[in-house]
Design a protein around this ligand. Structure first.
Ligand code: ATP
Length: 592
């Protein structure tokens, strides 16, 4: 059987993970009815398969062996058996595949749900591309394991054991010969079969090399020609093609050997048994029908054992995949509600940092915040300025409780965040990140990400305040217009205004605004600035400021460097002070 190698999903340690299939069983047990149907169908199909040789025996002995009597029933029975076999096999396929698909759907859903609850640290330690490959490739492996492999294994266990019992009932002497003979036939076939598979895989890799080389060269044709490297590329390609031919030759050699062994072994065995059986028939110890049935059942039993050795590797691969998914499924979030979470008081909008020291988990030696203290009163606007890497964005990461500080306390409305429910405290925050993140969805859905129950009139009103109304009205399908991957069909300034409108809709008392530094033209900048100023009204605002206008409208400016506050005061006072702020202001604002 040709098997596509899914080597990307195979880990060398897969063998150790056989216990990981427990997770899959737990999911399977949720569907006892379908499991029962599958088991019944599986058993019925195996029994019907085993009934075929018995019926063959009858047909040969009674149908061909005697000239008198009614032979029709033997053939009728055969039709019935074939009918049962067909229906039971189809039912088995349906239920087992259904279970495979169902388990995978449940696993995908649960893994995804667990991922949504993880803190950012998790995604810093596990690459998102790796996680999404687990969600797709590994779940497909499990689907194959449950939907195909396990069913093949169970069917062959039943057939193999049933077959051996049946063979002993038919002709104990011949059966003993066969039981001794089966391993002699199967072992070389399986060993050579494995070799064929390995060489096939190598052959596919060589073909992939040729493909990769082709696309690389064709993609860089101008460079190849400009540098006059055609001859070298021709040589390299010819080498790759020859390597692929040589591997293919090894593959066909082993394949030929396999064919030789299979035909020799199987037909010799059958002939040997027939010879031995014929002697028994001549001596009157067995009938012709029994020999026919024996050979049929013998081939069936032998191929069942052969198939079992084949599927073991697949089961291990499924276990490896289950293990990797299990890690995602069982990962406990760093930051969660916790048993001691206290209820938050009515929202007022105060935010404070009290002697906070924080190091990012992936950078345990660097203090992103160093004994940082700041209190923002309800309704106040505080602008934060400072050189790149000073720790400004980190303030927001902690206020949103994406991380917990190692020392000190962050509070919202007086409640220490470590004892608050993250979902509840985030409801009090409207966040406009530096990099606008929009979804591949309609303008309406992107706006409503701020609040799903907002009606269209409210969306338009907010869009107006955010200076987004004019361009939204100009979109071909208004709010229904699809904005493209990451909002790619809008300009940078338009994306920002959507992000601002989204934050406005949130009606949260605290606004965290990471002002974008991206170069906007003067007109867009004015529109965005206007929108931001409206957004700040009546809210407690902390703004990481890059624009002079924002800084001027703030009640207070704090200047950060290396995770600490180095200066604070009003624009004029700080500028007059001639410190870091004065230098930054000179660079940022006068140079702009
Ligand atoms: P900018 O103005 O360039 O955005 P910033 O003042 O906002 O800078 P932060 O993003 O708060 O700076 O970063 C403070 C320090 O923490 C920097 O040294 C940065 O390299 C580090 N840092 C930021 N995010 C992470 C992270 N996720 N993991 C590890 N270190 C981080």
């Amino acid at each position: 059987m040709a098997r596509t190698p899914t080597k990307a999903a195979i880990e060398p340690g897969a063998v150790r993970h056989i216990g990981s299939l427990k997770i899959v069983f737990r999911y399977l047990l949720r569907y006892p009815k379908q499991l029962a149907y599958a088991a019944i169908a599986l058993l019925l199909a195996a029994l019907a398969t085993l009934a075929i040789p018995r019926q063959l025996q009858q047909m040969v002995d009674k149908g061909f062996g005697s000239q008198t009597g009614n032979i029709a029933p033997y053939f009728h029975y055969m039709f019935m058996i074939v009918g049962v076999l067909a229906i039971a096999t189809a039912a088995r396929f349906y239920f087992v595949s259904w279970l495979g698909e169902r388990v995978v759907a449940d696993l995908r859903r649960d893994v995804h749900a667990n991922l949504l609850g993880q803190a950012p640290r998790f995604f810093e330690e596990n690459r998102p591309s790796e996680i999404s490959s687990r969600l797709t490739a590994d779940t497909s492996v499990i689907e194959q394991t449950v939907g195909t492999t396990v069913s093949i294994a169970l069917r062959n266990v039943v057939l193999g054991i049933g077959g051996i019992i049946y063979l002993f009932v038919l002709a104990p002497g011949l059966a003993t010969m066969l039981v001794i003979g089966i391993p002699l036939i199967i072992v070389p076939i399986v060993l050579i079969g494995r070799k064929v598979r390995d060489v096939s895989r190598a052959s596919q890799d060589r073909i992939a090399d040729v493909g990769a080389m082709t696309s690389e060269t064709l993609g860089a044709m101008k460079i190849v020609q400009a540098f006059g490297q055609e001859a070298r590329e021709r040589g390299r390609f010819a080498q790759a093609v020859e390597a692929s031919f040589e591997t293919a030759c090894r593959r066909i050699t082993w394949r030929a050997a396999l064919t030789l062994v299979v035909i020799t072994m199987i037909f010799s065995a059958i002939t040997g048994i027939m010879w031995e059986g014929a002697a028994d028939v001549v001596a009157g110890r067995l009938t012709g029908g029994t020999i026919t049935a024996f050979i049929f059942a013998g081939v069936l039993t032998a191929s069942s054992f052969g198939a079992l050795t084949e599927v073991w590797g697949d089961i291990l691969r499924g276990a490896g995949a289950a293990g990797r998914l299990g890690e995602l499924l069982q990962a406990a979030p760093d930051i969660s509600r916790g048993p001691k979470a206290v209820a938050m008081p009515a929202p007022r909008g105060s935010l404070s940092f009290d002697s906070v020291t924080f190091r990012y988990p992936t950078r345990p030696d660097d203090r992103a915040l160093d004994d940082f203290t700041l209190t923002v009163e309800p309704g106040e606007t505080v602008a934060v300025v400072g050189p790149s890497g000073a720790g400004k964005s980190t303030l927001f990461q902690l206020a949103l409780r994406f991380y917990d500080p190692q020392r000190g306390t962050v509070r919202i409305d007086g409640v220490p965040l470590s004892s608050a429910d993250p979902a509840e405290l985030r409801q009090r925050i409207a966040y406009v990140p530096q990099e606008t993140v929009l979804f591949a969805a309609s303008a309406r859905d992107n706006l409503r990400y701020g609040r799903w129950d907002a009606a269209d009139e409210e969306l338009w009103e907010t869009a107006r305040l955010a200076n987004a109304e004019t361009f939204l009205r100009g979109l071909p399908e208004g709010l229904d217009t699809y904005l493209g991957e990451g909002g790619a069909r809008l300009s940078g300034g338009q994306r920002q205004r959507i992000a601002i409108a989204r934050a406005m809709l949130r009606t949260a008392p605290i606004l965290l605004l990471d002002e974008a530094t991206s170069a906007l033209d003067a007109e867009s900048e004015r529109l965005v600035q206007d929108a931001l100023e409206r957004l700040m009204v009546d809210r407690t605002t902390v703004v990481i400021a890059h624009r002079l206008a924002t800084v001027r409208s703030a009640n207070r400016i704090i200047v950060m460097d290396q995770g600490r506050i180095v200066e604070q005061g009003s624009h004029d006072a700080l500028e007059a002070g001639g410190g870091l702020y004065a230098r930054l202001a000179k660079l940022q604002f006068e140079g702009a």
